[in-house]
Design a binder for this molecule. Sequence first.
Ligand SMILES: NC(=O)c1ccc[n+]([C@@H]2O[C@H](COP(=O)([O-])OP(=O)(O)OC[C@H]3O[C@@H](n4cnc5c(N)ncnc54)[C@H](O)[C@@H]3O)[C@@H](O)[C@H]2O)c1
Length: 418
Amino acid sequence: MNYDIKNPSLSEAGALRIEYAATEMPVLRLLQERFAREKPLEGIRIGACLHVTTETANLMQVLVAGGASVALCASNPLSTQDDAAAWLAVELGIPVFAIKGEDNDTYYRHINAVLDTAPNITMDDGADLVSTLHTSRRELLPQVLGGSEETTTGVIRLRSLERQGQLQYPVIAVNDASTKHLFDNRYGTGQSTVDGIIRATNLLIAGKRFVVCGYGWCGRGVAMRARGLGAHVIVTEVDPLRALEAVMDGYQVMALAEAASRGDIFVTLTGDVAVLRREHFAVMRDGAVLANSGHFDVEIDLPALRSLARSSRRLRPSLDEFTLADGRRLYLLGEGRLVNLAAAEGHPASVMDMSFANQALSCAHLAANAKTLEKRVYPVPERIDKEIARLKLEAMGVTIDTLTPQQEDYLASWELGT
Ligand SMILES: NC(=O)c1ccc[n+]([C@@H]2O[C@H](COP(=O)([O-])OP(=O)(O)OC[C@H]3O[C@@H](n4cnc5c(N)ncnc54)[C@H](O)[C@@H]3O)[C@@H](O)[C@H]2O)c1
């Protein structure tokens, strides 16, 4: 069998957790039934680079039910759940290349192993398949029909490729669907980031000064949950509108230069580079905790942190202590990688239900419309977004109203005023 995973005998443990995750994924379950009937992905090869979790295992089942052959690798070296990877390789029988803690070389070897299957559709979380295809594996480009992208950072990279006229096939920005970022980025990252920090440290959050860098969809969620646990939340931003929103949401907003000396816990969620850096480490309090939940491990300037430290050691599985020259200790969580996946289990299944429903339906849309799509970054079609919201509400047993004919006329007209 063609796979590279930690240990196939973990499959049984994976099966139980995957089955449990499925109980919170009713929309995916419905899609699996529909895909099994309609086979919208018959004959399609999908190359997926996603966090290899129990939720992803449920998505893989939907794609296979739809007729696709799928190969999967990790989208982050620390986010793989080895039991889920084992189940996918052993029971679902798909090529999986993912081992928690893999080094950078293995990470890219695994990406290339997925590309070796010559995918017709790429499914990315962070655009590493797309970028590898557009650089070292260009010979595979002609058979690619399209791709989909899960996260904000990946969409930013794709838009940059598109702007430079370099994008070689159509890609759907799953992240930008309302049923993705309004829920996954906000409620998923909000809860699981705080979960990761707690699992890594077991700190009491109540009473802590909790600095959230970036008040985007993820930052809003984390700030909301940290406040719920009793933290004094400080927000830092570079965008005046987002900063204003944070002020009106009741948070303290200040420049990071000022927040650096006040915070007990720092979390970056910006998609940006070197947000927490040398000048901030220089003034942080003894014991400050540093975590990142943005896509790449570049938001905390790790080379600067290492160069300032006179020593470092691992005190807990996801917690490294850096002692600076003056004796202050800074604690880095999950090696500066997405703390919710490195130190916890990533987003709860209920929210991935919607994100992955977008992935599955976007794939079917690409397969059906490949001929007419251009080499652009496309939004998820609105009908798909609305359908997912409708199915999720239905599964939750929530009913909503429909417009009366009179209301439809009124909302479509301009004649009626005061
Ligand atoms: N941990 C996860 O599971 C998870 C889930 C979804 C998205 N993400 C990632 O999280 C990151 C943020 O995603 P998002 O959807 O919130 O993006 P977003 O664009 O909605 O928000 C990012 C915010 O950061 C701000 N920002 C940029 N540079 C900054 C700086 N130097 N200092 C302070 N603020 C700054 C921006 O102004 C913006 O408001 C991305 O990398 C995304 O891929 C992670």
